[in-house]
Ligand binder design. Structure first.
Ligand code: ADP
Ligand code: MG
Length: 417
């Protein structure tokens, strides 16, 4: 089989790596890919939002299945376009991807079908939102409705802060149309967790749990990032909680969507707060998470291609996922300055010295035959072990072998577990 993976980050490297272990995969293309991915797949110089070009490529190269990593092309309807052209593609349709593309849509579904989530109000008029924010309790969470590259959510402590955020979204329109609707949400307290599931329109097959480290500095201080590390399984989710998440959240939302005429196929990602009253939804995503995928897929024993095919054919009911009885730890190496401004183009040395862990590339590319940094998050190093401690020790031992100017990583990933 010929497979095309859309994307070029650590998540896509992990997907490509897993696919490369399948006997039935003959050839993998990745658009646009990165320096690390190019060892396992042929990288194609098309960016993820060029849906027309990707479709032409898939048609010309007789791609059997396309797998979409990031949210943007999903929300813009890549799945619908490919299917119209008779191409097989793994991911939700444009309508179904609204569960991520519009937080308001997701909230309405949850409210209507009584799926546990924080109380909220939505506004499309500035004055009404302002009036509500004058009278409400604090803290509250203010969210832009649409995609905002993880920058559209603010926890505010008082009216002054709230007004600033509202101005940013609705007056200055820094998120463009994504801020045309603003959601004000109840603040939830607890541990955060994310659960991914394969969904075939009807059946839900939950994957192993994971936990990510969002803040840039140790002890969860500093600004949010795309993720500075991850571990799997999530030490805060036991069998009972996972079961509760499946029964009260994942299955009901897939059912709800179906009732509303939306067939969901692909990966469904639930971002959760584990509150005293049980797990509550913060948001849904319509794809694999990054950097959770980098710790989940290495533990998956089942052939990924088989799972993807079963998803597309609506046959997940007959499938059981098999997992390694191990722990996985991922430490992300970033460029100095990230998530603010940073420099690119520094040579990455020592990659070939890493023997006991995987290196999943994110922001890397080739320059004059050398691998150089080309993004804020540069790579993730992933180690497996019989305990979190063992995996953590391997990851940190191996990451020390790699260097580039301004390399930064948190030293506390998986610490204490
Ligand atoms: N209701 C809430 N209560 C407390 N924290 C929240 C709430 N909603 C969001 N957050 C925090 O903000 C982060 C981002 O919010 P989320 O809804 O996941 O949006 P996105 O990932 O699109 O930025 C969450 O991971 C969580 O840390
Ligand atoms: Mg989120």
């Amino acid at each position: 089989m010929k497979v095309l993976v859309v994307g070029g980050g650590g998540r896509e490297h992990a997907i490509v790596h897993k696919l490369s272990q399948s006997d039935r995969v003959e050839k993998i293309y990745c658009a646009p890919g990165n320096a690390g991915i190019s060892k396992l797949a042929e990288c194609v110089n098309i960016s993820v939002e060029e849906i027309e070009k990707l479709k032409e490529f898939a048609l010309q190269n007789k791609i059997d299945i396309t797998i979409v990593g990031p949210e943007l092309p999903l929300v813009e309807g890549i799945v619908d376009e490919f299917e119209k052209a008779g191409l097989k593609i793994f991911g939700p349709s444009k309508k179904a991807a609204m569960i991520e593309g519009s937080k308001y849509f997701a909230k309405q579904i949850m409210a209507k079908y009584e799926i546990p989530t924080g109380r909220f109000k939505a506004f499309d008029r500035y004055q009404e939102a302002l009036k509500f924010l004058k009278e409400t309790w604090y803290p509250v969470v203010i969210k832009a409705d649409g995609l905002a590259q993880g920058k559209g959510v603010f926890i505010v402590r008082d009216f002054i802060e709230a007004k600033e955020v509202l101005d940013l979204m609705m007056k200055k329109r820094v998120f463009g149309p994504s801020g045309d609707i603003v959601i004000v949400e109840e603040m939830l307290y607890g541990k955060e967790a994310s659960i991914f599931a394969f969904v075939d329109g009807e059946n839900v097959l939950a994957m192993m749990s994971a936990m990510d480290y969002k803040k840039v500095y140790e002890k969860d201080e500093g600004p949010n990032t795309g993720g500075m590390g991850s571990i799997a399984p999530n030490p805060h989710i036991d069998k009972k909680t996972l079961n509760e998440i499946e029964e009260k959240i994942l299955k009901p939302v897939v059912y709800a969507l179906k009732k509303e005429g939306v067939v969901y196929k692909g990966v469904l990602y639930a971002g959760l707060m584990l509150t005293k009253e049980g797990p509550k939804v913060l948001e849904f995503n319509a794809r694999f998470g990054d950097p959770e995928t980098e710790v989940i897929l290495p533990l998956l024993k089942t052939d990924l291609l088989e799972v993807i095919e079963a998803t597309l054919e609506g046959k997940l009911k007959n499938l059981k996922l098999e997992w390694e009885d191990k722990k996985a730890v991922c430490v992300i190496a970033a460029s100095k300055g990230y998530p603010g401004e940073y420099k690119k183009g520094f040579e990455i040395r020592g990659l070939e010295e890493v023997k006991e862990a995987f290196v999943y590339h994110a922001g890397t590319s080739f320059k004059d035959g050398k691998i150089v940094t080309s993004g804020g998050r540069v790579f993730g190093i992933v180690a497996l072990g019989d305990s979190y401690k063992e995996a953590r020790e391997i990851a940190y031992r191996e990451i020390e072998k790699i260097s580039f100017e301004g390399i930064y990583y948190r030293k506390d990933i998986a610490a204490g577990y």
